[in-house]
Design a protein around this ligand. Structure first.
Ligand SMILES: *[C@@H]1O[C@H](CO)[C@@H](O)[C@H](O)[C@H]1NC(C)=O
Ligand SMILES: *[C@@H]1O[C@H](CO)[C@@H](O)[C@H](O)[C@H]1NC(C)=O
Ligand SMILES: *[C@@H]1O[C@H](CO)[C@@H](O)[C@H](O)[C@H]1NC(C)=O
Ligand SMILES: *[C@@H]1O[C@H](CO)[C@@H](O)[C@H](O)[C@H]1NC(C)=O
Ligand SMILES: *[C@@H]1O[C@H](CO)[C@@H](O)[C@H](O)[C@H]1NC(C)=O
Ligand SMILES: *[C@@H]1O[C@H](CO)[C@@H](O)[C@H](O)[C@H]1NC(C)=O
Ligand SMILES: *[C@@H]1O[C@H](CO)[C@@H](O)[C@H](O)[C@H]1NC(C)=O
Ligand SMILES: *[C@@H]1O[C@H](CO)[C@@H](O)[C@H](O)[C@H]1NC(C)=O
Ligand SMILES: *[C@@H]1O[C@H](CO)[C@@H](O)[C@H](O)[C@H]1NC(C)=O
Ligand SMILES: *[C@@H]1O[C@H](CO)[C@@H](O)[C@H](O)[C@H]1NC(C)=O
Ligand SMILES: *[C@@H]1O[C@H](CO)[C@@H](O)[C@H](O)[C@H]1NC(C)=O
Length: 734
């Protein structure tokens, strides 16, 4: 018999029996898409609470519409009145949260077009469940209420349902349901395979009444299928049960009715045609049939039958439905045929015709595409929310495939592990505010371009923990990187009373650069020390660690016991405020694991000092002279110094030339990790002419390249030359 796939609205789904206003199960989510306002309502027949979708479900994508009045019928449930459509963007998604990762869920989407747009144009579009293809939705009638359902294992603590515009009309949706299932149910559903419902029928019963929650505690929808010309109904009012934890338990209301052929010598037959999908021209099917004997048979009566598919036994066992107990017949592995005719025929010994109580038909979909690493997803969602990025940032950041990846992101893909975000280019996106520390949670990030925005504040220290990151933040009006545009804040400027000026005005003046010398304390993360505090920290400058052109470096301890190195400018120093400020400024803005970390600074009257992390193993020079370094250690030190230098040249915008790379400026910590120090001579050089021009030669004899000596113009190549000399020392120890 032909099966009516499209269920018309005259079919009212009502819960059979007496409805009690019982509390809805905890983890049910029912969304009425396109519902206006903030408040939901209780659905009349199921008593389930329906939520409006203008909250966190869609990130405010899409627009709400009502269906045309001509399609509203008196008995139609309120949830069909409105819908949400997505005219913009290729992919728009609903995010359902509060999921237990690894559990099975039934996800159901509902659609009724109702000529909501007045265009009389029936759309066709795709649905994705997370990063996997679910099915194509072909809206074939304006008044058809279409349900589509999938059962999947959800790997994350959220699941996304995405509508994909395939160029065949504007996607829309009327409703969305999520129902948790027991782990033991539908064993064909695995992490790698989901089941897409073709149909779920209850044989017998009231032909106008479907069965769902609360009769089915999992709120599956069982549609009635009655054909009085072919079948006779059998029913009981007694309890009909499945064994506890049966994988296919159908609800009792469904099992209490069955059909048998009207002519007892006939078979029960039904058929369907395969429904090819875009990515699966010959889908595989799972057939689940539910049986229970509802009549107490006399001792001489036998009801047993074969279950055949296309004339061959589907199930080797002869079916003898147990009295008032449910029993399911099903296939474990999907079957792929060009047509499907199921027939139930009585065995020769049977005195009674076959019966069937219920039928579920599913096609299988692979769910093998992996969603982006969940830590990356959490981080990028925080970044999305902070900077209000809307354009195409919907669904999974990296997939599926490289086609759907979010605008401005690049990901890496591996076969058996989730994709990772490796590049973020948010340059020229009009970003405001400070730099989110969430970038540091993108642990696989290699490239971050935040140039040409209106960002303020300092670079979060945590970014230095990303081992392979190149960070770019140039041309933001209030993140200073360039030689003379920025000065250290003073204490007095710090105490500006913010309430005297409206906040937005302040932000504007920062952004315009008018106030670059103003309350810059907002921009510096590092601590400011007074001279008195430095005296305490260094125990009155007791122990000298070393000495440079700038002055002495002293040993010290902070209140919490952290050992530090304090570099105090001596009065006789030939390096002035300028170099001091240059180094402080550079250190507060660049962070890399192979560049020495500044903890704070002091600018107290005539006193200038910088406070660094303590590098217990001293300089590379002293190590090379003093003791035997293994080749492995030498190699690592060379590599790490090179990475620090590369960061200065390529990671900073504008790039920095160190101009004094030498073994005494490479420091080692207790773990023998190398960090480049002494930025007093560093200069930013602009991309175009790629050099720095000064009137005096700087650097250390022996390390300075001849080109620089000849032209007085230092380039990144000058540092490379100096680094070559460092390598020579590392290799020879001399
Ligand atoms: C839809 O209908 C409701 C109730 O009649 C009304 O409040 C709402 O404004 C309508 N929405 C649109 C988008 O027309
Ligand atoms: C739902 O029930 C309420 C209260 O009984 C009633 O006012 C409303 O019309 C019903 N709605 C539908 C769509 O049946
Ligand atoms: C979509 O539905 C329409 C109307 O039922 C039908 O004519 C059309 O062939 C269908 N398209 C596809 C691709 O199934
Ligand atoms: C009922 O069964 C008859 C005979 O198999 C068939 O011709 C008819 O289309 C069926 N009706 C429905 C509504 O399925
Ligand atoms: C039942 O079907 C058989 C075989 O098709 C036929 O011979 C018989 O006449 C039918 N009986 C009735 C009552 O229709
Ligand atoms: C019933 O099915 C069995 C198994 O496929 C088959 O051998 C037998 O011929 C069928 N009998 C009738 C009457 O269809
Ligand atoms: C039919 O009954 C006979 C006698 O009880 C038995 O030997 C035979 O296996 C039965 N056939 C089937 C198909 O159950
Ligand atoms: C998995 O992703 C690829 C793109 O990389 C896509 O072509 C394919 O359809 C996806 N598979 C599923 C099952 O959705
Ligand atoms: C960063 O983005 C800016 C603006 O799009 C671009 O000009 C610059 O080349 C980018 N930097 C790098 C290193 O890719
Ligand atoms: C910096 O921003 C200004 C103003 O937006 C723009 O004119 C200039 O080209 C940008 N410079 C760079 C190097 O991108
Ligand atoms: C800031 O200025 C406002 C208005 O002049 C004053 O009421 C407030 O007490 C000041 N706050 C501080 C911390 O000085």
């Amino acid at each position: 018999a032909a099966t009516p796939w499209l269920l018309l609205l005259c079919l009212i789904l009502a819960a059979g029996g007496v409805l009690q206003a019982r509390a809805q199960p905890d983890r049910f989510i029912s969304v009425d898409c396109g519902l206006q306002g903030e408040t939901g309502y209780t659905e009349n027949t199921t008593k389930l609470s329906m939520a409006p979708d203008n909250g966190g479900f869609t990130d405010d994508a899409g627009t709400c519409h009502n269906i045309s009045a001509e399609y509203v019928t008196p008995l139609m449930g309120k949830s069909w009145f409105n819908l949400r459509s997505f005219a913009a963007g290729t992919r728009n998604c609903y995010t359902l949260r509060s999921i237990v990762p690894g559990l099975k869920y039934l996800v159901r989407a509902r659609f009724m077009y109702g000529n909501y747009d007045g265009l009389h144009r029936l759309p066709m579009f795709d649905l994705h469940i997370g990063v996997n293809f679910w099915r194509t939705v072909n809206i074939s009638s304006p008044f058809a209420a279409k349900f589509v359902e999938v059962i999947v294992v959800v790997p994350d603590d959220y699941v996304q349902v995405c509508l994909i515009n395939t160029g065949a009309g504007t996607p829309f949706i009327s409703g969305l349901d999520l129902r948790p299932l027991k782990k033991t149910m539908y064993p064909q559903v695995t992490a790698a395979q989901g089941l897409v419902l073709l149909t779920r029928f209850n044989f017998g019963g009231d032909e106008n009444t479907g069965i769902r929650y609360p009769d089915d505690p999992h709120d599956r929808m069982w549609f009635p299928w009655v054909n009085s010309s072919s079948w006779t109904e059998i029913s009981t009012t007694r309890r009909v049960k499945y064994e506890a934890d049966s994988p296919f338990e159908a609800p009792m209301a469904v099992m209490q009715t069955a059909i048998r052929p009207r002519n007892a010598s006939h078979n029960i037959e039904f058929d369907w045609e395969p429904q090819p999908q875009a990515n699966d021209p010959s889908p595989g099917y799972i057939i689940i049939m539910h049986f229970s004997e509802l009549q107490l048979l006399p001792s001489n009566a036998v009801r047993e039958f074969y279950i055949n598919l296309n004339g061959k036994l589907l199930n080797r066992d002869v079916m003898r439905p147990p009295y008032l107990y449910g029993q399911a017949s099903y296939n474990t592995f999907a079957i792929r045929k060009s047509y499907y005719i199921v027939s139930l025929n009585a065995t020769a010994n049977s005195t009674l015709p076959p019966i069937i109580n219920a039928l579920e038909l599913f096609s299988v979909i692979p769910t093998t595409n992996l969603s982006t690493n969940s830590q990356d997803v959490s981080a990028i969602l925080v970044i999305k929310a902070k900077y209000q990025v809307h354009k195409n940032w919907m669904g999974d950041p990296c997939g599926p495939g490289t086609v759907m990846v979010w605008d401005s992101l690049t990901c890496s893909y591996a076969i058996a592990s989730p994709p990772r975000i490796t590049r973020v280019d948010l340059s020229s996106r009009g970003l405001n505010g400070d730099i989110s520390s969430s970038f540091a949670n993108l642990k696989a990030l290699q490239y971050l371009n935040l140039s040409n925005n209106n960002l303020v504040g300092s670079i979060p220290n945590v970014l230095s923990q990303l081992t392979s990151l190149t960070v770019l933040y140039g041309n933001n009006s209030d993140i200073c990187t360039n030689g003379n545009s920025c000065q250290l804040p003073t204490k007095q400027r710090r105490s500006i009373n913010n309430s005297v000026r409206p906040r937005n005005e302040m932000m504007t003046s920062y952004a315009s650069g008018d106030d670059l010398y103003g309350d810059g304390s907002l921009r510096l993360e590092s601590r400011q020390f007074t001279y008195e505090e430095l005296k305490m920290i260094t125990n009155n400058f007791e122990r000298v660690l070393g000495r440079g052109g700038f002055g002495y470096v002293y040993d010290g301890f902070l209140e919490d016991g952290t050992q530090v190195a304090v570099k105090l400018r001596s009065h006789s120093s030939d390096q002035g405020d300028k170099e001091f400020l240059a180094e402080a400024r550079i250190l507060t803005q660049i962070h890399h694991k192979n560049l020495v970390t500044m903890i704070g600074y002091c600018k107290d009257g005539e006193y200038l000092a910088l406070v660094y992390e303590y590098m217990s193993e001293g300089t590379l020079r002293s190590k090379l002279e003093g003791q035997c370094l293994s080749w492995r250690q030498r190699l690592r030190i060379a590599l790490e110094s090179a990475q620090g230098l590369e960061y200065l040249h390529k990671g900073c915008n504008p790039p920095l030339v160190h101009r004094d790379v030498k073994t005494t400026n490479i420091l080692l910590n207790a773990k023998m990790e190398a960090r480049i120090a002494d930025f007093g001579l560093s200069k930013a050089f602009e991309g175009d002419n790629k050099h720095v021009s000064t009137t005096t030669l700087v650097g250390t004899p022996g390390y300075v390249d001849p080109e620089y000596q000849a032209t007085m113009q230092a380039t990144a190549k000058s540092d490379v030359y100096s680094f070559g000399v460092v390598l020579l020392e590392v290799v020879t120890g001399k």
